[in-house]
Design a protein around this ligand. Structure first.
Ligand code: SAM
Length: 230
């Protein structure tokens, strides 16, 4: 929490977390779909092992109870699916057909009968309000055109008292790193993420109040944010 508090102190001086742009980079869904169409065949090799400690920690921390329903937003190739307890009911959504094809193969090959996936835009989900106990976005929020809209949708489909969990890379609190991340963001978007997403502005604009924020992966440049819907 210390990192977040520190950032908040700086924001109280600049006072613009509620209005400033979350990233210098602007994307549209078509562009994102094109990037992941190209990445689908190599995704698990390129982004598998490096980002895996964060995935494991996120699911461990959820303490999923038997019978709980989980929505994974931006499920991709389904790399997380076999880590959920078989006693939970898991739904994954994604924009990219080639990524979802991989996820479907994985569900079949691994016999994951508690998992299903569907093609859907995270910013406009078709689920009724309060459909899930846990709504989880691993490595999604810096990919989408409108992170705040996606967070609002995640909140809408989560039941009261349920958890909203976001695992992502956000812009560093270190001024030098943050400048580098901002400069390279128009480039990193071509490999699937904006490197300069502003955590505090995102949380403020999405009206999310975390119960925990922790650093994950090696190096610890990714952030696991857990919120409870009130
Ligand atoms: C970096 S991958 C994350 C995959 C997986 N969750 C993981 O842990 O590695 C991001 C995924 O989000 C999907 N995505 C991007 N924009 C989306 C949107 N608006 N709605 C749904 N999925 C989206 C991409 O197609 C891609 O599969």
């Amino acid at each position: 929490m210390a990192l977040f508090d520190h950032q908040r102190e700086r924001d109280s001086v600049s006072g613009d977390a509620a209005t400033r742009a979350l990233s210098v980079t602007v994307v549209e869904n078509d562009f994102v779909a094109g990037v992941y169409e190209n990445l689908a065949f190599v995704y698990d090799w390129v982004f598998g092992p490096t980002l895996h400690p964060g995935r494991i920690e996120a699911i461990r921390k959820m303490k999923i109870q038997p019978g709980e329903s989980v929505l994974e937003v931006g499920v991709g190739t389904g790399i997380n699916l076999s880590m959920y307890p078989s006693s939970s009911a898991v739904t994954g959504v994604d924009l990219s057909t080639p990524m979802l094809d991989k996820a479907r193969d994985r569900i079949t090959n691994k016999g994951l009968r508690n998992c299903r996936v569907a093609e859907m835009d995270a910013a406009q989900m078709t689920f009724p309000d309060e459909s899930f106990d846990i709504v989880y976005a691993p490595y999604l929020i810096s990919v989408v055109p409108d992170p705040v809209k996606v967070a609002q949708e995640m909140r809408r489909v989560c039941r009261r008292g349920g958890r909203i969990v976001i695992l992502n890379h956000f812009k560093s609190a270190n001024p030098i790193m943050s400048r580098i991340e901002t400069a390279i963001s128009p480039l990193t978007v071509h490999i699937g993420f904006k490197s300069d997403l502003d955590l505090n502005a995102f949380l403020t604009q999405a009206s999310l109040t975390p119960i925990s924020i922790e650093k994950v992966n090696i190096p610890k440049m990714w952030t696991l944010v857990t919120c409870v819907k009130d």
